[in-house]
Design a protein around this ligand. Structure first.
Ligand SMILES: Cc1cc2nc3c(=O)[nH]c(=O)nc-3n(C[C@H](O)[C@H](O)[C@H](O)COP(=O)(O)OP(=O)(O)OC[C@H]3O[C@@H](n4cnc5c(N)ncnc54)[C@H](O)[C@@H]3O)c2cc1C
Length: 405
């Protein structure tokens, strides 16, 4: 009898499973976690940014790696389809800043449970086990061997084992090994959407301090990124939404060094900021400079800024020179940091790199090397910026693989 196997009960695998269950008598879902959709439940800080409202051309601009490969997948199951899918499954959605779409309930578990309900139809058999080896006969998939030695037979198989970040959610990278053993090329795996380690150590002392409404600029040989938002100092450097997004634009560590500039006052042009500081200086003219900036900056940041502006901290405000004040403005508009590197891949939101798209048929997700083998989700060498694009990639490729497997 016609059996299809899906390995991986995450966003992509569950989508594939639900689609397959409409077309096949027997679907087997193999997932080594007890809990299905474990990663989905922690997405979007527990709110699950399921997709983005962007029109399709903007969608592709948010996918830096192999966007063309995703044309068929994203056109055959669009962001509108994702919205409708969740609404139909009883999860109403809403749109927020930047087109980000979330469940109205702000609860990622609602999205995860809807996916699980969709996947576990009555002809789907769920097996809690780890897939250890793909069984291939004369270039055609014929099943999978589990780590307990059991063999499952199937005429086709969807490999949707995710990346290798946040391994506690189950995506331990074992799928890449399965793909390699099946003859596939796996392009170098790198973290993306990842906190940044800085060469400077002063951020370490500010660990826990978060800054809202800052603007972050990233320079390689030229400016590669600029955005406005929220960031966080940590014991290794910097993190937070705008930093994670920035990291996805630093892709040439082999060729370039990167530096950051934090504009602490993006709403004020330099001359306006200077006038604002002058007002504060008049108000606190008899204080020391280190005690005069509390209205302008978080207290913990004041000594850092004064030092970088090369002003003696004990200097009386009324004797600060014009040059010193200008240096202060410059630091406030462009607080400099040097990038040492990224945190380890297990801390990344996304794994960049994966099964080479040259070896996958983009219109079906079928392997060009092993007949009957399909790929879906983060295991493929595609990745996107933040904003709901990565889950949409998982849903679209999962849907397409499900329709064709
Ligand atoms: C903290 C965090 C927040 C995120 N927030 C967002 C967001 O808001 N919006 C967004 O678009 N994206 C977000 N992402 C990214 C998004 O979650 C992933 O891109 C997406 O889940 C990938 O789906 P997937 O099905 O390919 O992989 P996964 O969801 O990782 O699923 C893979 C599954 O395969 C199972 N598996 C792996 N190997 C085996 C094996 N050998 N045998 C059996 N089972 C196996 C794993 O246990 C896992 O359940 C976030 C990621 C993280 C880490």
């Amino acid at each position: 009898m016609d059996t299809v196997i899906v390995i991986g009960g995450g966003a992509a695998g569950l989508m594939a499973c639900g689609v397959l269950s409409k077309r096949h008598e027997k679907v087997v879902l193999i997932e080594h976690n007890s809990l299905l959709a474990k990663k989905v439940r922690i997405t979007g800080k527990g709110r699950c940014n399921i997709t983005n409202d962007a029109d399709i051309s903007e969608f592709f601009q948010n996918i830096p790696t192999n966007p063309k490969f995703l044309y068929s997948a994203l056109y055959s199951f669009t962001n509108e389809d994702t919205k409708r899918f969740f609404e139909d499954m009883g999860v109403p959605v809403k749109t927020e800043r930047g087109g980000r779409i979330f469940p109205v309930s702000d609860n990622a578990n609602d999205a995860a449970e809807a996916l699980v309900r969709w996947a576990l139809q009555k002809n789907v058999r769920r097996i809690k086990a780890s897939a250890d080896r793909l069984l291939i006969d004369e270039g055609h998939i014929c099943g999978v061997q589990l780590s307990d030695g059991r063999k499952m037979e199937g005429e086709s198989l969807v490999l949707a084992t995710g990346g290798m970040s946040y391994p506690l959610t189950g995506s331990d990278g074992s799928g890449y090994r399965l793909a390699r053993e099946a003859g596939h090329t796996v392009t170098p795996l790198k973290p993306s959407l990842i906190p940044i380690e800085t060469k400077e150590t002063w951020p370490h002392e500010l660990a826990g301090l978060s800054l809202r409404n800052i603007s972050l600029r990233v320079y390689g040989r030229k400016k590669v990124y600029e955005d406005f938002g929220e960031m966080l100092f940590t014991h290794f450097g910097v993190s937070g939404p705008v930093v994670l997004s920035a990291s996805a634009h630093m892709r040439r560590f082999d060729k370039e060094e990167y530096s950051l500039e934090i504009d602490l006052k993006p709403a004020l042009a330099e001359d306006k900021l200077d006038r604002r500081i002058l007002r504060d200086f008049e108000k606190y003219s008899n204080k020391q400079i280190k005690n005069s900036l509390d209205e302008l900056l978080p207290k913990a940041l004041v000594p850092v800024v004064i030092e970088l502006a090369k002003i003696p901290p004990d200097k009386a405000v009324n004797s600060v020179t014009k040059e010193e004040r200008h240096r202060l403005v410059t630091v406030l508009k462009a607080l400099p940091l040097t990038v040492r590197g990224f945190r380890p891949i297990k801390e990344a939101i996304i794994t960049a790199g994966g099964v080479s798209v040259k070896e996958i048929d983009p219109s079906t997700m079928e392997s060009k090397i092993v007949r009957g083998l399909y790929f879906a989700g983060e295991i493929i060498d595609v990745d996107a910026y933040t904003g709901g694009y990565n889950l949409q990639i998982a849903f679209s490729t999962g849907h397409l693989a499900g329709e064709n497997a």
